[in-house]
Design a protein around this ligand. Sequence first.
Ligand SMILES: Nc1ncnc2c1ncn2[C@@H]1O[C@H](COP(=O)(O)OP(=O)(O)OP(=O)(O)O)[C@@H](O)[C@H]1O
Ligand SMILES: [Mg+2]
Length: 487
Amino acid sequence: MLDADLPLLSVRNLQKSFGATRVLRGVNFTVRAGQIHALLGGNGAGKSTMIRIMTGGIRKDDGEIMLGSQRGAEPKIAIVHQELALVQDLSVAENIAMVHATAGLTIVRAGQRAELAYNALALLDPHLARSALHRKAADLSMHEGQIVEIARALSIGADVLLLDEPTANLTAGETERLFAVLRRLVRETGIGIVFVSHRMKEIRQLCDVCTIIRDGLTVVDATPLDSLTDNDIMQQMGQPGAREVAHSRRRFDMAEAGLVLKGAEAVIPIHKGQILGLAGSPAGPSQVIALLNGTGRSSSWSLDAKGWPARPASPRDAVALGIGYVSGDRRHKGVLAQLPIVDNVLASRRVREKRYMVRASERRECLDLVHALKLKAGSIRDLPSTLSGGNQQKLLIARWLGMSLRLVVFEEPTRGVDIGTKRDIYDLIRRMAEEGTIVVWWSTENVELLELCDEILAFDTDGRVKGLLPHDRFNEDALADLTGMAA
Ligand SMILES: Nc1ncnc2c1ncn2[C@@H]1O[C@H](COP(=O)(O)OP(=O)(O)OP(=O)(O)O)[C@@H](O)[C@H]1O
Ligand SMILES: [Mg+2]
């Protein structure tokens, strides 16, 4: 057990620039034993940069990093990166064992490896522990990958855990389970935890204190969360406060049914301009999504697209048909890592309009989209890897704005996006629907579905349809029940 309040890791006057961009201009931050510390700030504020500096991933320009030394040895630090960092070609067991080998703890033999990985995973997800040890990381869903990654970080017995948006891919039920494990770790071993998230509800559920960074400086330093209101926090982050959304119910012209989804358990007409939410863990929604976006066949669902020339046979075909898609896996299936931001933003327009030559007007076109989403970039000629996580997410959405789509399929479009920008994205989604686009939207955050959708199709954790909730029966508890998630 570590001494309570012992500073385990702190930075003083930390400074870092990328080229001409001064990201950190003198940040202070201290992680103490026995504390769960929220590190907050808008997209691009510098949270991931701080974490990477503290763990030696990138170099600071100036400032001090101090490691708590009361116990003699340096504290052991484990990190969950914002973007999944599993080795795709290795199995789950090998990925977990890997950090033990590199942490110099033991040389891990194959037999031990499986046991070690099983124990690590069983803590968070007993089912995954039984079924996934020998699967390749490349074959995991985003969601499973996230759990493996967290389990791996927890398993090395670190004194400090740095968790950079670990819950962005988790369902409410999984988040609950993770939080229970983290609280127990803090209580029983006195470790210190840093938690980065844009989900206010989670921050309040889990954390004791918060530090807020803004414009490269610490504006709130290790302050108890109890003493701050949500509005205080948003104000300090420079985010617009909560605003009331006038949600006018639309009436749908039944003659204008654009799509009919047919499954063994349900037949669902979706009308032009309708927002259909898909709730629940990914097993069920991913089948519907694969059918709609042309990436796969589904054994349990078929599609009647009235008045459309055809069903998409491939993603390229989908774009030509006026179907947009934002993948939940931005790293592997969204961002075009080798191409500059401008090409990423204009990608689907170029495919759809068969633009073979770069147009002179494209710069303006790209900048307009970048501004509409407050996408924070040094230059649109830079690579997407220079963007913060939330800003990479905005890149994927920008691709489909103003495209007059028939249908747009969103998987977790607000993943990692800060509170203020989430509001902007909701407005954009609503506007797309008002223009007649059918919106199909999967989210693990039930509350955001309830806020924006016209109907919600709920799946249980095994991927079975549990019900289609019409708007007048929207209710947080009812939806949590149907999806088998804690509210
Ligand atoms: N390698 C890089 N080259 C250039 N700029 C970079 C690089 N890495 C980060 N940046 C810039 O540094 C700023 C801070 O990025 P960082 O990823 O730390 O933000 P963040 O607070 O984690 O945001 P988010 O909530 O979106 O994850 C951003 O404006 C980003 O564009
Ligand atoms: Mg980040």
